[in-house]
Design a binder for this molecule. Sequence first.
Ligand code: GDP
Ligand code: ZN
Length: 370
Amino acid sequence: MSLSSHSADQSPLSSLAAYGWDSLWAAEFAPFAERGLVPGRVLRVDRGQCDLITPEGVVRADTEYVVPRDPMKVICTGDWAAVDPDGGDPRYVQAYLPRRTAFVRSTSSKRSEGQILAANVDHAIIAVSLAAELDLGRVERFLALAWESGAQPLVVLTKADLVPDPVGLSYLVSDVETTAPGVQVLPVSALDGDGTEVLRAVVAGGTSVLLGQSGAGKSTLANALLGADVMDVQAVRDLDGKGRHTTTTRNLFVLPGGGVLIDTPGLRGVGLYDAEGGVEQVFAEITALAEGCRFHDCAHTVEPGCAVVAALADGTLHQRRLDSYRKLLRENQRLAARTDARLRDEMRQVWKQRGRMGREAMQMKRGRMS
Ligand code: GDP
Ligand code: ZN
């Protein structure tokens, strides 16, 4: 008995709904359906192949047809793809549907090409441990990454049981809330279950990823959401396209309370890449203030009529926020400059100019002093 006939009697496409398939994906997929291709969501990718969940079950397919040299166009976990129908061996992924969102990281190499980590993520859960002192700069970094991906960030303050004082906890929450305008901040304890129901409700509506430092409690959260040990879940035996049993590691899971969780080693160590848009969103209040500056290209240092400096002076903006904003912008430009030769040249010009201005300033100073 073939797998396709096995599942054909119970509306095959609706079986994908649990994985996030909706009418918009169906509309995007229509031209591929006309070509007789099968839709599937990528559960994991390895060298040249991937596992997809399709109406036929889990199918292993070659990605060769959609892998050009551009690393951003490489298929990744969370992609919706069009796969050859049953019969061909190997089966190929013929295309993937336009991504709604995408998580990208900078490779550690000097060449610094973006590496695509996960696609079509709706919620970026940023795990921040309350066991250590809050590092707001780090929270901002993860927020920038999340906004840049297109996903909606959510900050989960983990290990809330370690802050038994409710007043102290509310201070920590509001500190993070000020740092994260437009973002829900949720204290959670996986130990006693506090906050996990709210988290479950949020992630039920779409696809989520867990971001955060090692030790922040991501695995514990994942297990709480999955209601099972991830390792056990990963060991689930799947059927490949040819009806063989294979033990595969998945990076994408359907949650028992609804929703999908993507968890990959790559996402766990994710950094900041070309996230300027994201940075602007994290520091939305600074961007808004800057619109009130007298000069369009105000650097918010010594310019007259600077709204940012005024906000620093009257205490509505904290110096830490501004420093953090500048730091992330700089870091971001450095990364971008590695890939973009044009920007690199521009920056070289700026550095040269700065050097010249610096030298002139020094000479003026010396002149004044002598
Ligand atoms: P990951 O590296 O982000 O995946 O972090 P883990 O999930 O492995 O958690 C790191 C450590 O924090 C482990 O020792 C967990 O037992 C502990 N931990 C996680 N969640 C909680 C919690 O809600 N309360 C307490 N007290 N400890 C927790
Ligand atoms: Zn200004």
